[in-house]
Design a protein around this ligand. Sequence first.
Ligand SMILES: NC(=O)c1ccc[n+]([C@@H]2O[C@H](COP(=O)([O-])OP(=O)(O)OC[C@H]3O[C@@H](n4cnc5c(N)ncnc54)[C@H](OP(=O)(O)O)[C@@H]3O)[C@@H](O)[C@H]2O)c1
Length: 273
Amino acid sequence: MTTTLVLGGTGKTGRRIATQLPHDVRIGSRSGQPPFDWADDTTWAPALAGVDAVYVSYYPDVSFPDAAPRVTAFGRAAADAGVTRLVLLSGRGEPEAEPAEQGVRDAGVEWTILRCSWFMQNFSEHFLLEPVLEGVIALPADGVAEPFLDIDDLADVAVAALTQSGHAGRVYELTGPRLLTFADVAAELSAAIGCEVRYLPVTPEEYAAGAAAAGIPADEIEPLTDLFVRVLDGHNAHLSGDVERVLGHPARDFTNYARAAAAAGAWGTGGGR
Ligand SMILES: NC(=O)c1ccc[n+]([C@@H]2O[C@H](COP(=O)([O-])OP(=O)(O)OC[C@H]3O[C@@H](n4cnc5c(N)ncnc54)[C@H](OP(=O)(O)O)[C@@H]3O)[C@@H](O)[C@H]2O)c1
């Protein structure tokens, strides 16, 4: 019997993966049993005991400076515990995430790296939910197009990499099927929700001030603002076919995501605000 440890197993990506895995699953998070905390390495060995494969999603962000030393140490601990396979959630076009990727490559076990574009679900399950509900998405990304990724596709690819052969030593670039600007996204969301959502271009300084006013913890505002400036400069504005190559079907489209999320009540009952 195979046991898979799903780090961030109560989060957006981890919970989708945990529910799909066909064998024993252990949730790796501070609320898991046993608890797993990135900030407390004494929790790692109990969480790794008897585990064969691990889905590694770092919190808060794989490109933040604390990620690489912790992911590297975790990879070593996993190999020492007898884990044979690591699948890392990483960021696409983010050189700052590569030291954490290297930590997984150096662990001495099979590895697969999933470099992901911006998640569509950021608008319905994460930090852009509130702005969508308020009708204004303010980000420093004027005119920049991004190939937004449906994390149901990421979950399917992760499950394949965790359970099938043929994915070891691969770096997959996971994107959606279409480039959209944030103004395009606002139009898609307006149509799906039935209320106007607009995109407001702001400077990085204005974004940081808004994040502080919205109660984002002070120590996260600067790395988050830096992340947007680094990622949303147009260098990721191209598609990859890796979702289709791995899954055998096209990547899920934003229109379908927005309609399904609205119907499920992500932005209020009945699909409206
Ligand atoms: N958002 C995007 O567009 C995007 C794109 C590419 C890559 N990524 C990467 O995605 C990763 C986040 O994955 P996600 O969105 O699935 O996560 P998420 O929804 O933000 O969920 C966070 C998970 O981490 C757990 N957690 C929080 N603090 C923890 C700690 N100190 N130790 C252990 N677990 C902790 C939470 O559970 P508990 O509260 O129970 O601990 C929860 O299960 C980041 O590394 C980010 O860089 C994001």
